[in-house]
Design a binder for this molecule. Sequence first.
Ligand SMILES: Nc1ncnc2c1ncn2[C@@H]1O[C@H](COP(=O)(O)OP(=O)(O)OP(=O)(O)O)[C@@H](O)[C@H]1O
Ligand SMILES: [Mg+2]
Length: 263
Amino acid sequence: MALTDTISAPPRAELANLRIAFPRPDAPPLEVISGVSLQVGEGEFVAVVGPSGSGKSTILRAICGLLKPAGGEVRVNGTRVTTPPPHVGFMFQKDALLPWRTVADNIKVGCELGGTPRQKQPARVAELIRLLRLDGFENAWPRQLSGGMRQRVSLGRLLAYEPDLMLMDEPFGALDYQTKIAMGLELLRVWETERRSIIFVTHDIEEAVALADRVVVFSARPARIVADYAVDLPRPRHMKALRSDPTFTHLTEAIWSDLALPS
Ligand SMILES: Nc1ncnc2c1ncn2[C@@H]1O[C@H](COP(=O)(O)OP(=O)(O)OP(=O)(O)O)[C@@H](O)[C@H]1O
Ligand SMILES: [Mg+2]
């Protein structure tokens, strides 16, 4: 056996005792993240839930290298993050499609940024259009799409970038309930085909449990991790069956209590 076979790969993302504070003009710095340690493995799907203003988006920005920690560190693929690391992709709640580019060309942006050779780009774009069920809309403009379709194009662009790690900040939060469930299933289907590590921030406890391998619960600001649950539910997940699964109910109730939500 080669020596390299015995050495396990570093985690995709690793937060080690991370602290983040924002300076304020007339007050001590606002401590937002207070000693958070977290590891996300290769191909792992981790959901993060926590109260509004607890620092969830801030954590994602720190992993992207957009914020300098006040203490501790962030590592991606074993390398300390000081500037935006390669192959870490981001998707926000609001899509950021380019209105002057068609669906196919918006997805192609991901190929261009990710360095896919020019001659391979059309095939990759076509593959993603099929995977995301956008066939027939290749030449449509973003304004001609529904909210769910726009989010699928955003997801296509993210995947075209070939990220090792996908940071998703309430990506389906603005969608209606039905579309949100459909997008969750779409994401799982794609993730099962093209395994990437995902950190998925959401306000929706059921969405977190339904999608993820693990759910990490943040406290109110300054954020600490109050719970880290392994979601022991079989895949592929079937949304309707999940709702009556005792593991699903038990987990959602436990997270509800962790967040001290009114019953
Ligand atoms: N650039 C910044 N400068 C100063 N304060 C900031 C900055 N970015 C975020 N904050 C503060 O950090 C705290 C956490 O913000 P963050 O956006 O991470 O919360 P969140 O958990 O994502 O909330 P939500 O669920 O509402 O999206 C908030 O109090 C916010 O005001
Ligand atoms: Mg946020």
